[in-house]
Each structure stands twice: as C-alpha cells, then as structure tokens.
Design a protein around this ligand. Structure first.
Ligand code: AMP
Ligand code: MG
Length: 405
C-alpha cells in the first residue's frame, strides 16, 4: 500500500493499512477459566479425553440390544445418570434408562418412554426403532487429542464451559494490553465543576471508558487536557511510553487550537490523517515509539464511530485474537436517506419489527455532535462510497450494535 494518500483514504484501505502495523502482544500468563472470559488464548486447548466420556442416553426410555423384528423385551433393571447399571444385557433384555445415564454393556439402542407400552415386567415397542437411536456416542462432541480451541481464540461464555467439560481448570492467555486515553480541548470541563459560558462537559472520556471496558484491556483515563501544546506534548509522550495504545479525542483537524498534528509530526510516525467517511474525518493513526496512536475527532458521535470502525478491531488484534469482521445485514430502510457519494457513511439506525420482518430507519438528526442519536440507535446503517440519496424502501446494510454474547 505505497500509493496511499494520507489525506484521503477509504475506510477499507485505512483498515488494511492499520492492520499491517499491528503486532500482537507476546507476553502470556496462566489464568483460572473464569478469569479468561474476554481474553485471548495463547496456546491451543487440547482435549485430554473424549466428551462425552461414555456412550449415554439422549432420552428417558429403555436401553436394549437392537435386533430386527423384536417387539417385546424384558425389563431387568434401571440406569440413572451417575449410577450405571453394571450387568451386561442379553438379547431380549432391556433396562429403564434416564437421560445422561451410561448405556449398559450389551445395549446399543434406546427407545423413548413415550414409544412403548409397559406391561408388568415387559415393554412392547410401539413404533419401528432404528439401531443406535437416542444414543450419544463417546467422543461425539470432542475426541481425545483434538484441538478444541485454537491459539488466538477470544474466550466467550460457552468456551468457559467447554474447557470445564474437559476437566481443565486453567488456560494460557495473552497478558492484557494497556490502553490510555485523554480528551483535548480548552472548552472541556470535568464532572463536578460548574460550566462557564462557552464550556461543555467532557463526554468522550465516558463513552471511551464504556467502549474500552467491553474489551479485556487495562484502561487508563488520563483526563481532559487543554489545548496547550506543552501540556499535550507531556501527556502524549508519557502515555505513549507507558501504554500499548494511546487514544485522544479532539484537536486533530486544522483549526488553530488543533495541536495534535504538529505534535505527531514531531514525535511520531504519522501514517494518515483523513478518511473518506462521515462522521469521522479527520482521524489520525500513527506510532509514537512502540505505542499505536489513534487521534479521534472530538465530536461525540464521530469519536464513537471511529472507535468502533477502527480502534476496536486494532485492539482485538493487538490482544492476540484472530479478528473476525462484524457481519453486515441487508434490510429495507423505511425512510429516505440523504447521502453524498464519494465517502462511506455510518448513520445511526433503529431496527424495528414490522409483522415479523425487521426493517430499519435512521434515528432522526444525524449530526456528529448529536450523541442522543447514538444512544437511541441499535445499529449503524453502513452506506458505501458509491451510494447516493436513497428513497424509502431501498435496501441498506446494517451493523448491529448489540450482541448476545
Ligand atoms: P475538535 O475535534 O477538537 O475540533 O472538536 C470538535 C467538536 O467536538 C467541538 O465542538 C468540541 O467542543 C467537541 N468535543 C471535543 N472533545 C469533546 C469531549 N471530550 N466531549 C464532548 N465534546 C467534545
Ligand atoms: Mg478541540
């Protein structure tokens, strides 16, 4: 990617561009499974045994040895989960069996309780049963020696249970990366202080805190720094020397109080400044020493959009994870959309249910300072560079904000 223009990159070029500079953390540690939630595995998890460990019943019913044409079978005992029936079954015999109980020696098939008639010591089969029915085979979930979760896997709730099902109590994970952030701007006031004329409360530090807290990283809030080149320089250099990632908001455009560009030119390797997107132009990415620097625009919605579209995936990669792009879905948009061609837009959208079919509409005013639009939204409406104005009923792509796991 040598022929890039640092003042006019497309969203996808910028993503690829950032990716090539990201070398994941190498330090690792051993963690008890619960603490591994949201962390990234640094070694494969190999199954030390078969899961399940023995053939067992998928149903409450009767276990017997299948043989063609047999309709009446003698009940000789009961098998419970955790309390096996220990004798071997002969042809024509069965045991009453509970879900999860071990299939006794000699049996290979289970018939559901609802598909038999019990008469004194015998059952008669009501329907035709297939050999092997309702038996969960040893190793059918996981086989001994199999790689269950690979290095680079980001641990989710199911994975905690999966590792526990193997009898493993600890996993190897990459250490947490350190992420620092601060706001820039003479107008910013921290909570607890009254506002004078022309001042606003610093909200970006709170949205950044919230977004970063969803990732298992060490978060350092360095406060709000006025537009003073010396103070900004000291804060930036200290942050870069102590952290893997430094994020700032504000001060990256070309106004007279926007000092971040000059500072980066002095101390860092500036990789780009502007992206063809809305909101989110300007956006700076560069390196200061070993730290990755993201200079996000100050407008509150732009800060969030650029974090989600660039910073989040960069952090996940630095955490050691194999990054999975978020899915985009095509849905009908019920309202017209104003959009200029030549840039990607991330409008705030509301997905809603119309008689079982999900459709989307923009959340009212789309200004990049209108944070309430982000609060109301449950998705981004992603409109690519070639898209122009759209009429009501057009198909658009959406990216969900809320996830289940
Ligand atoms: P800037 O990118 O510094 O030019 O800021 C663009 C707009 O975002 C201005 O209206 C700023 O007042 C506003 N802004 C910058 N930083 C913050 C912040 N931390 N919290 C809320 N608004 C901000
Ligand atoms: Mg500013």
């Amino acid at each position: 990617m040598e022929d890039y223009d640092p003042n006019a990159m497309s969203v996808s070029q910028a993503r690829q561009f950032i990716q090539q500079f990201l070398s994941p953390i190498s330090a690792t540690e051993t963690l008890p499974i619960r603490e591994s939630l949201g962390r990234v595995l640094s070694a494969n998890v190999i199954s030390p045994n078969n899961v399940p460990n023995y053939n067992n019943s998928a149903m409450d019913g009767f276990a017997f040895r299948f043989s063609e044409g047999v309709k009446i079978i003698k009940v000789i005992g009961t098998a419970f989960a955790g309390r096996p029936f220990t004798d071997e079954l002969k042809a024509g015999e069965c045991v009453k069996i509970m879900t999860g109980a071990m299939i006794p020696a000699g049996a290979d098939t289970v018939v559901m309780q609802e598909h038999v008639v019990v008469k004194s010591e015998n059952i008669s089969l009501l329907s035709n049963i297939k050999p092997g029915a309702n038996v969960r085979l040893a190793g059918e979930d996981l086989r001994k020696g199999q790689t269950v979760l690979g290095r680079g896997h980001l641990m989710r709730p199911a994975d905690l249970g999966l590792v526990a099902s193997l009898g493993i109590g600890e996993v190897s994970a990459y250490k947490k990366i350190k992420v620092a952030f601060f706001s820039t701007g003479d107008e910013l006031i921290s909570l607890g202080n009254p506002l004078a004329e022309g001042q606003i409360y610093d909200s970006n530090r709170y949205t950044l805190f919230g977004m970063l807290s969803r990732l298992e990283v060490d978060v350092h809030d360095l406060g709000a720094v006025p537009d003073d080149p010396n103070l900004l320089e000291t804060t930036l250099l200290k942050a870069a020397s102590e952290n893997d990632v430094v994020i700032t908001s504000g001060g990256v455009s070309v106004g007279e109080a926007d000092h971040m560009k000059t500072l980066l030119a002095q101390h860092g390797q500036v990789l780009f400044w502007k992206i063809n997107m809305k909101p989110g132009r300007p956006l700076a990415y560069g390196k200061i020493g070993n730290a990755h620097y993201f200079g996000l625009p100050g407008n509150p919605v732009a800060t969030m959009v650029t974090f989600y579209q660039f910073v989040r995936e960069a952090i996940i990669t630095l955490m050691g994870a194999t990054f999975q792009p978020l899915p985009l879905f095509k849905v009908e948009c019920t309202e017209p959309i104003k959009k200029a061609t030549g840039r990607t837009e991330f409008q705030r959208g509301l997905l809603f249910d119309v008689d079982g079919i999900w459709k989307v509409k923009p959340t009212g005013a789309q200004g990049s300072a209108i944070l309430s639009s982000m609060s109301q939204a449950n998705c981004f409406i992603v409109l690519d560079e070639s898209t122009g104005n759209l009429e009501a009923g057009a198909t658009v792509q959406v990216q969900l904000l809320d996830g289940l796991v």
